[in-house]
Ligand binder design. Sequence first.
Ligand SMILES: C[S@@+](CC[C@H](N)C(=O)[O-])C[C@H]1O[C@@H](n2cnc3c(N)ncnc32)[C@H](O)[C@@H]1O
Length: 328
Amino acid sequence: MKDLNNMWKARTWMKTNVPFLYSWHAYVGYELDLFEAFKKPVRAEDVADAYDLEEELLNQWVEVGVALKHLKKDSKNRVKIAKAWKLPGSKKDSPSSGDLLKEMMELHIPSLLHYPELMKEKKRQHFDNEKHGSTVAKTSTLLEMLAFRLINQNVKKHQTASILDIGCGEGGYLLKLAKKHPDLQLTGIEINKEVAESAKKATANYDQVDIVQGDIHEYEPDQAFDYIMVNNLLHYIHPEERKEFFSKLNEITEEKGVITIISPLQKAKYGKQFSSAFNSFFMTFDNLYPIPSEEELKNIAEECGFEQQNPFPIIREGGWFFVKWVKK
Ligand SMILES: C[S@@+](CC[C@H](N)C(=O)[O-])C[C@H]1O[C@@H](n2cnc3c(N)ncnc32)[C@H](O)[C@@H]1O
């Protein structure tokens, strides 16, 4: 009976692991641009030659792809992508869903696999923002399409003249705002040099945009802003330092000004599976911190002189929310 039970459990775990295979296969395809290589029917050996890849490993990747229906083979043994709409786009079209796969496979999964060792040794690892900053900033831009509409609505509603984007990443929100509102004065601050350079490049044609490379904790602007964006940043700020952080933001927010926060929320109505996995990932590092809950944000808002409106879900299954504060 015990053997039967064990076999049944092992079979269940095996089946549970199948979705991982899809992500792994898509990640390898994205990383080596193989979906581009197999856009038209071609033999795997020719791709191995053209891309200078180990042929047997490539053949095996193709076999997995055919089994998963990411790829198909014709009677001449030529391979072509199947269901292209599902697969990550080419690297040259970044940001694409491949950037999310890259972050999951190169950052999240390896960190989560360190859990036993970290727990036993009672220690955390250190997040290298120089190294991973660019990947992480790219992944966040995937949310932009959904979140921008909300930001833009608020910019219009509050007759905004000036905006500060904290941890502006590659400047995607600022660029979109500049295109829509030529009179807006837009400032972005970004700590990572390489990422700040990308933001400067992306917004170079817009004089209304100023990108500052630096740490928000040391930033002393000589003006206040109508609207401050805190998009996907709170996991960089220790929960005990969040109150001080937002108090400082209060000082540089105009009367009746607005702060909007984009973040996955803990203990939210939607997306608990994803947000708890995200939190587990953050918690493996000594310099990344748990995402906030709605309650935590509400308390900070009150203590820092803002009123919090009901969080609005951006991606329900991801537990991602848009939270708006208005200065009292
Ligand atoms: C996850 S990315 C989000 C980028 C962008 N806000 C978005 O939502 O698409 C967070 C960014 O904040 C930057 N950052 C982290 N700590 C910062 C700090 N203390 N001051 C300025 N930028 C910071 C990181 O380098 C990173 O590019």
